[in-house]
Design a protein around this ligand. Structure first.
Ligand code: ATP
Ligand code: MG
Length: 428
């Protein structure tokens, strides 16, 4: 360990006039939480991505607060709050659509009865409260362990995070092997931050991914879903996929795609995946809605299309082939990443819709347009056309058809109601 690494003795304090964080860039909700905790005699700091992003002059996605108040004390101070989590107990404080996550300073202690490890050294539960310096070193990367203290507006750096922000690098706090064994998801977090922030992964943190990548196989599929969606909805999905492949992690995320990639993949199909991820990145970066269904539809399409083409006897039989293959490919996938049913169903509908875009006669096109999956399926088809997997003429036809048959606001309103099982009580 070198001397800047995870040594709580090396606290660096950057006073308010030496850093660029202004309260104007912190949400009112986060400030309210920080001030109320502080006024009640507690220590309260902004921590994690919020501080990191503000220092990088990037708009934070959310604000996390760390405090010496226990979850029960926090709960008592905010009536709009609730305690969540088992693995880590946290308090969520709600302000309209905004949620501020408040965590109590935690110590990582292997002998504590409140820290449970499994036989591989994985942390199952950790609710041992501690001091701020202990809290800092149990975080994942040094750049995620910076605290903005509301008491005097200084930034506290216990692990050398500021120097790493300068160097634009992701360095794990402590020994890479131990930290990945405690929580293998940190490997996926490394890739996400590397892509999102355009940071390099420091050597020991990078090389340990090759060694410990296989530990991802033991992560509960539900947690994998959350992490994988964060990866592909980060606004840098193209880079994310590159990194996943570079670090040989695709086999733990989407094994069928990994196998397909190993066997001389077609350039056109690789282009399709790239273009679809470019499309997702554009949507994320311009604030348009995105769906996990689209991501999985894209990542599994090479496999689904190849297998369906093999089992069908002619183009008329393509839809039943896609239904059958789609089901079996999805069944295998959800063993690794538990994709909620509404998304896996929608991904399959995107696939089975593709041959339907060949039908432009009679009532079929209007009916197609009324399906809830239409928008995503149409985007998917246009991307196929863009790379030469679908006739251009047809994709232009569908674009014009929509321009000539705009969905009336009335139909737009009705559409989701039709697909909803239970009507909303106050639906007009
Ligand atoms: P984002 O911009 O995605 O919100 P973030 O760094 O804030 O990035 P969160 O998942 O919101 O990430 O977590 C907040 C903080 O909690 C992190 O910055 C890090 O300090 C700590 N943290 C989160 N997950 C882990 C983990 N698996 N191991 C150690 N520390 C973690
Ligand atoms: Mg965060």
């Amino acid at each position: 360990m070198n001397d800047t690494e995870a040594n709580p003795g090396n606290l660096i304090v950057i006073t308010r006039n030496q850093h660029s964080i202004s309260r104007k860039s912190i949400s009112d909700a986060a400030l309210k939480v920080l001030y109320r905790l502080s006024k009640s005699g507690h220590r309260a700091c902004l921590v994690g991505g919020g501080v990191r992003d503000l220092l990088l002059k990037v708009q934070p996605k959310d604000f996390d607060v760390a405090t010496d108040a226990t979850p029960e004390e926090v709960r008592a101070l905010f009536k709009n709050s609730r305690i969540i989590g088992r693995r880590f107990r946290l308090v969520h404080i709600r302000f309209g659509r905004d949620i501020i996550e408040v965590a109590t300073f935690r110590a990582h202690s292997e002998d504590s009865p409140k820290t449970e490890l499994d036989t591989h050294g994985r942390i199952l539960r950790d609710n041992t409260f501690g001091e701020i310096e202990e809290d800092a070193i149990r975080r994942d990367f040094t750049v995620n362990a910076l605290y903005y203290d509301i008491h005097d507006f200084s930034v506290l750096d216990y692990t050398g995070g500021l120097a790493d922000i300068e160097k634009r690098q992701l360095r794990l706090i402590g020994d890479a092997a131990t930290r990945y064994q405690e929580d293998p998801v940190r490997m996926l977090r490394a890739l996400r931050f590397a892509a999102k922030l355009d940071f390099v992964i420091e050597d020991s943190a990078a090389s340990a991914i090759y060694e410990f990548g296989h530990l991802l196989a033991a992560i509960p599929p539900a947690r994998m879903f959350d992490e994988v969606i964060k990866l592909f909805h980060s606004g840098r999905a193209v880079r994310v996929l590159e990194l996943i492949r570079e670090y040989n992690l695709l086999k733990y995320l989407v094994p069928a795609l990994d196998e397909w990639m190993q066997q001389d993949p077609s350039e056109t199909m690789l282009d399709f995946i790239d273009q679809a991820l470019v499309n997702t990145d554009n949507r994320v970066n311009t604030g348009q809605p995105v769906s996990p269904a689209f991501i999985f539809a894209v990542l599994l399409w090479p496999v689904v299309l190849e297998q369906a083409t093999r089992v069908q006897s002619n183009r008329q039989k393509m839809i039943p082939a896609l239904v059958q293959v789609g089901e079996s490919v999805m069944k295998r996938q959800v063993r690794h990443i538990s994709i909620p049913r509404r998304f896996s169903q929608m991904a399959r509908e995107i696939w089975t819709s593709q041959p339907r875009f060949h039908r432009t006669q009679g009532k079929q096109p209007l009916r197609m347009m009324s399906y809830p999956v239409f928008r995503a399926a149409y985007d998917f088809m246009c991307i196929q056309a863009m790379v030469g997997l679908f006739p251009h003429k047809l994709s232009r036809w569908w674009t014009e058809f929509q321009n000539n048959n705009p969905v009336s606001p009335d139909q737009e309103r009705k559409k989701p109601q039709r697909s909803r099982r239970r009507p909303r009580r106050n639906a007009s």
